[in-house]
Design a protein around this ligand. Structure first.
Ligand SMILES: C[S@@+](CC[C@H](N)C(=O)[O-])C[C@H]1O[C@@H](n2cnc3c(N)ncnc32)[C@H](O)[C@@H]1O
Length: 201
């Protein structure tokens, strides 16, 4: 899926202007993070990018509506994140959602326990398994919160074992606290299948 990867992703846009916007963002991601060659090396990254673009379109209605939005990405991925299959670091779990949001003109804030030092978006290194670890973020300060594939990750399981109900409840409580009234929750909860999104408030 090497050279045709970016046009295929751009084609996900549902209108000509959305395709143009997406095309520009993907080419920036390629220039900054070598997206096309990373997909060539790890083809499943194309499926992850497809999932992220689709989640944004479903949640915001139009890709252009993402501009200016404050979006918190919980367990956003990092350059040290590992595959649950191989146990090795993988391009699949670099912080592509935050990188994409940044290129679309949003104001992403990434949270992860892994290495985000070289990223251009605002980020915090936080252990999400510790109750209260997101208390430093102001209540109602985000237009949207994205959370995807935290609990099944090797890093989470190594630090905390299988997620307990108490940890899940605490993270979900924080997500709702951090969303402004009417904000959008974009959730995959680590299970297979499409993310859900819902309005809070
Ligand atoms: C499978 S990756 C998911 C990345 C991205 N959200 C996605 O859907 O592709 C899981 C991420 O959760 C992070 N993570 C695992 N345990 C964590 C913890 N206790 N606190 C913060 N981040 C954690 C890992 O570092 C990794 O980046």
């Amino acid at each position: 899926m090497a050279p045709e990867a970016l046009p295929r992703l751009s084609a996900l846009g549902r209108t000509p202007s959305a395709r143009e916007l997406l095309d520009r963002a993907l080419h920036e991601l390629d220039a900054r993070h070598r997206l096309a060659s990373r997909i060539a090396a790890e083809p499943n990254l194309a499926a992850i990018m497809t999932e992220f673009v689709t989640r944004l379109m479903d949640a915001f209605g139009a890709l252009s509506a993402v501009r200016g939005q404050a979006v918190l990405d919980i367990a956003c991925g990092s350059s040290s994140s590992r595959s649950p299959v191989t146990g090795l670091t993988t391009a699949e779990f670099e912080p592509w959602m935050c990188r994409l949001l940044l290129e679309l003109g949003a104001r992403p804030v990434g949270i992860d326990i892994g290495d985000l030092d070289s990223e251009a978006f605002v980020h915090h290194r936080v252990d999400l398994g510790v109750p209260g670890s997101l208390d430093f973020l102001a209540t109602g300060s985000f237009d949207a919160v994205h959370e995807s594939r935290l609990f099944g990750s090797p890093e989470f399981r190594a630090a905390h074992g299988p997620a307990t109900e108490a940890i899940r409840r605490e993270i979900h409580r924080q997500e709702r606290r951090l969303l402004r009234p009417g904000g959008i929750l974009i959730h995959s909860d680590g299970r297979a299948g499409p993310a859900t999104h819902e309005q809070s408030g």
